[in-house]
Structure formats: C-alpha cells, structure tokens
Design a protein around this ligand. Structure first.
Ligand SMILES: C[S@@+](CC[C@H](N)C(=O)[O-])C[C@H]1O[C@@H](n2cnc3c(N)ncnc32)[C@H](O)[C@@H]1O
Length: 201
C-alpha cells in the first residue's frame, strides 16, 4: 500500500505532535500525526486560503480533503450560525479532525470519511473549500471541481488554493469550463486563490 498522505489507511507508525496555530486571528490547537498532510504545521497555502475566504455566518460549508482540520475549523468559527461538513479519504486524518474539533470546543462541524463526495451524496452547500490533493493526480483534482459544482447551490462559491507550478493555469481553465465566474482573489509566494461562483442561469 502507498504511504502517501492521501492513503485511505496510512500504514506508517505514529508521530503525534501538538501544534498551536493562529488562523484568521483565532488560536487553534491541533494534534497531527505521521501519514497526514503537513504534520509539522499548517500549510502555507492553507493559510493563504483561510485568510482570503468569505464565509457568511449562516453558511452551510464543505471542506474537501480536510486533513487534521485547519480550513474547516477556521470556516466553522466564521460560520458561527452555520455548519461545516469536513471530509477526507484518509481515516487517520478523519480521526484527528474529530479529536481536534473536541480539543478546540468546535461543535458546528461534522467530520466524515469519504472518497471524494461519496458521503455527502444528495447534499448541497453554500461554500466549498479545498486545498486539493495535487499528489493524488489531476483526475482527482478535476473530479473535486466537478463534484463541487454539482453540490453547490445557485450563487454558491468554490474556493481553492493551488501553486502556479502545480498547475494553477490548468486548474483555472477547468474551473472556467464549469463555473459562470472565476476570479483570482489573491496570490502569495506562488500560491493562487481562485473563487468560482455557480451563477444562476
Ligand atoms: C493538500 S491536503 C490538505 C489537507 C488540509 N485541508 C490542510 O489544509 O492541511 C489534501 C487532502 O485531501 C485528501 N484526499 C486525497 N484524495 C482524496 C479523495 N479522493 N477524497 C477525499 N479526500 C482526499 C488527503 O488525504 C489530504 O488530507
């Protein structure tokens, strides 16, 4: 079995670490572990996305590929009267995200083990957020964009972070083929934030 961070069941041993991170003005504590993405600290790209994203306070939000939780938890604090569904294919990441939600007293989240959108079939959201699993391949990343479109309400938004060298131009082209409006909201050290809006016809 592969040892990548996007494995369903990482076979690597444990290396539990306690992290403290300030995200969008709020302090969070995270437990990370071997076999999950960015175990030594919250990824710079995720931080750029967290700083840029607009989350209405009553929004229904989906975090695709939540890892140990930084994007979903930041959204949960902003959507204080809404709800955040967080999913990941990596069972270890899912257990950590559940543990970390308790650690931070975050109650308006649901964490699900799911390959792509399987566990949210038939549900729709106001906002979808993702730092996509580039190493899982372009097919997976583009499937996330397609499924995000299908699971967004009219006027809903998909927010993604991607590095220029990891295919930002082709990601933007794919988003433009699906969504009515695509904006590059900000960029920082080679990371691009795209906001794609599902415009009503
Ligand atoms: C770049 S990491 C981002 C993790 C987390 N959001 C963060 O900011 O630290 C991408 C995540 O997508 C997950 N992933 C990979 N393939 C997936 C799939 N098919 N379905 C759901 N999640 C997947 C990985 O396990 C990983 O946790």
């Amino acid at each position: 079995m592969s040892q990548h961070y996007y494995s369903n069941q990482p076979e690597v041993g444990h290396d539990r670490r306690h992290l403290e991170e300030k995200l969008r003005g709020q302090t969070f504590r995270f437990i990370s572990d071997a076999g999950v993405f960015s175990k030594k600290g919250v990824d710079f790209g995720s931080k750029v996305l967290i700083d840029a994203m607009d989350i209405p306070e009553n929004a229904e939000v989906l975090d695709v590929g939540c890892g140990y939780g930084p994007i979903g938890f930041s959204a949960a604090r902003l959507a204080a009267h809404g709800h955040v569904t967080m999913l990941d294919v990596n069972a270890r990441a899912v257990e950590l995200a559940k543990e970390n939600a308790k650690l931070n007293g975050i109650h308006n989240v649901t964490v699900l083990e799911s390959d792509l959108f399987a566990a949210v079939e038939g549900k729709s959201f106001d906002v979808v957020l993702t730092n996509p699993p580039i190493r899982a391949g372009k097919e997976t990343v583009h499937a996330i964009f397609e499924q995000a479109y299908a699971h967004l309400r009219d006027d809903g938004t998909l927010w993604i972070v991607i590095q220029k060298k990891q295919g930002a131009p082709s990601a933007k082209a794919k988003l433009e083929s699906l969504f009515g409006r695509v904006e590059e909201v900000t960029k920082d050290k080679g990371y691009r934030i795209f906001k794609a809006t599902k415009t009503s016809q």
